[in-house]
Design a protein around this ligand. Structure first.
Ligand code: T46
Length: 138
């Protein structure tokens, strides 16, 4: 039941650097992710003192990208915690279902893009940590 946090890694997003110095283009195409994207949302104007997340998902998988700036993602599988910093627009973090996450230490101007496997459904959220622990041990 416990997701191996060591297996959660930053994934390189294909990057096309322009030969004429016009900058970079990164693309997430069909088949790059292990799920079909059903929804896209993004977090921005997050005060550095704020924490987002603070929940787990029963089914939803997601891919997070720091399109701009940086922030930390604290992952918790019910047994241990691990913090991963996102600060590059050509790297993303694939978070499986069943992992508690907290997003914190947003830099000014940070934008967190989230590509997710499910439509919005509040029933998929576990927003109480105790409930998450019960869910993990069930
Ligand atoms: C996650 C992190 C990274 C909607 O109505 N539709 C949506 O698609 C979303 C994502 C949220 N909402 C509503 C639900 C709440 O009333 O927007 C409000 C804020 O959502 P929440 O408190 O869940 O925001 P975060 O930033 O703590 O969490 C979000 C996602 O919900 C979550 O899946 O992993 O970003």
């Amino acid at each position: 039941h416990y997701v191996d946090l060591d297996k959660i890694e930053l994934k390189d997003i294909p990057k096309i650097s322009d030969p004429d110095g016009r900058g970079n283009l990164s693309v997430v195409e069909r088949d790059f992710l292990p799920f079909t994207i059903k929804r896209v949302y993004y977090l921005y104007d997050v005060p550095s003192s704020s924490t987002r997340g603070g929940h787990a998902h029963k089914e939803l998988q997601q891919f997070l990208i720091a399109l701009s700036g940086s922030f930390d993602v604290v992952l918790d599988n019910g047994k241990s915690r691990r913090t991963i910093t996102l600060n590059k627009p050509d790297k993303g973090l694939l978070i499986p279902n069943g992992v508690w996450r907290e997003l914190e230490d947003f830099s000014s101007g940070a934008v967190c893009l989230s590509l997710v496997s499910e439509e919005y459904n509040e029933d998929d959220y576990i927003r109480e940590y105790e409930e998450f622990m019960l869910f993990k041990s069930s």
